[in-house]
Design a protein around this ligand. Structure first.
Ligand code: SAM
Length: 283
C-alpha cells in the first residue's frame, strides 16, 4: 500500500471508511511526507528508541515512526479511527494502538517505569498546554518531545524575557527543556486545513533543571501570578493572586533584595530571577 502521506491515499482511505472529521478532537491530518521526514529527523528516531505518539489519526506519521523506531505506542481518543489504523498499520508488528485520552493514560505504566521515550506528535491544538505540562510535571521519562503545535504557541515556548511572546508557558517549558523550532508548516500540508499557522518544535529535556529552586510549586505560582495581569506590575500580580498570600511589604522587600525596581513587570524577569524570588519569599 502506498503511504498515507500521499494525499490521494489519505482521501481514498477517508472515503473508504466513511470517516467524518471531528473538530472537537482537533483533527487535521498531515498529507506531506517532507514535513514528516523533518519531524522524524528532528526527533532523531532510531531502532533503539521507544516512541510515544499522541493522536495517530489515520496513522500517517505512525507509518514513518514504525519504520524508524524499535517500538511505537500510539494513543488515539477517537474510536472511529481504530478500524482505519488496523489496516494502515497492518504491516508493522512494533506498533501498539491504545484507544484512550492521553490526559488520562498512565504513560509510565504503559511504556514501562524505566523506559525512556521520545514523544512525537502532530498535536490536537486544543489541549497542547495540558499535554506538554502533563508530560513534564508527571516526570514521564521523556528524552525529547518533538511536536507540531500552533505557530504562535511554538513562539511562546521559545520566547525570552522582554519579548511580546514571553510568559508563563515560556518559563514552564524552559525550566524542563531546551526548545528549538525546527520548521514552520503551512496549512496546505493538512487535510482539512487548520485556520492557524503551525510549527514543529523540539523540546529536549534537561538532565537537571537549569536553575535550582527550593520550592518548585511556589515558583510556578509566582510565575502564573506575575503574568495573570499582563499590564500590571509583578507586585500587583502577586498581591492579587488567589493562590498566594504574601503582603505588599514582603514582595517589595524581596524585590529590593534582588536589586529590582518595585514597579518591575513579570515579563522582565528571567527564570533565574523567578527562582531567586521564590527562594527569598519562601524562606
Ligand atoms: N497524527 C495524525 C496526523 O498527523 O495526520 C493526526 C493528528 S491530528 C492534529 C490530532 C489527533 O489527536 C487526532 O487524530 C485526534 O483524534 C487525536 N486526539 C485528540 N484529542 C486527543 C486526546 N485527548 N487523546 C488522544 N488523542 C487525541
Amino acid at each position: 500500500m502506498e503511504k498515507l502521506s500521499n494525499p490521494q491515499v489519505t482521501i481514498e482511505t477517508i472515503k473508504k471508511y466513511n470517516f467524518a472529521f471531528q473538530k472537537r478532537f482537533g483533527q487535521n491530518f498531515l498529507i506531506d511526507g517532507h514535513v514528516i521526514d523533518k519531524i522524524v529527523a528532528a526527533a532523531n528516531i532510531t531502532k533503539e528508541d521507544t516512541v510515544l505518539e499522541i493522536g495517530p489519526g489515520i496513522g500517517t506519521m505512525t507509518q514513518y515512526l514504525a519504520e524508524n523506531a524499535g517500538k511505537v505506542y500510539a494513543v488515539e481518543i477517537d474510536k472511529n479511527l481504530l478500524p482505519v489504523l488496523a489496516e494502515t498499520l497492518a504491516e508493522f508488528d512494533n506498533v501498539t494502538v491504545i484507544n484512550d485520552d492521553i490526559l488520562k493514560v498512565d504513560i509510565k505504566k504503559l511504556v514501562g517505569e524505566n523506559t525512556k521515550v521520545k514523544v512525537v506528535a502532530n498535536l490536537p491544538y486544543y489541549i497542547t498546554t495540558p499535554i506538554i505540562m502533563g508530560l513534564f510535571e508527571n516526570h514521564i521519562p521523556a528524552e525529547s518531545i518533538t511536536v507540531m503545535v500552533q505557530k504562535e504557541v511554538a513562539l511562546r515556548m521559545q520566547a525570552t524575557p522582554g519579548s511580546k511572546d514571553y510568559g508563563a508557558l515560556s518559563l514552564a517549558v524552559q525550566y524542563y527543556a531546551n526548545p528549538y523550532i525546527v520548521a514552520n508548516v503551512p496549512a496546505n500540508c493538512f487535510i482539512p486545513r487548520p485556520n492557524v499557522g503551525s510549527a514543529v518544535i523540539r523540546l529536549s529535556r534537561w538532565e537537571n533543571p537549569p536553575v535550582k529552586v527550593k520550592d518548585e510549586a511556589l515558583m510556578f505560582k509566582l510565575i502564573r501570578a506575575s503574568f495573570n495581569q499582563r499590564r500590571k506590575t509583578l507586585q500587583n500580580g502577586i498581591n492579587n493572586s488567589q493562590e498566594l498570600s504574601f503582603t505588599k511589604e514582603q514582595v517589595v522587600e524581596a524585590l529590593n533584595k534582588m536589586g529590582l525596581s518595585e514597579s518591575i513587570r513579570g515579563e522582565a524577569l528571567t527564570l533565574e530571577q523567578f527562582a531567586m524570588l521564590s527562594d527569598i519569599l519562601g524562606a
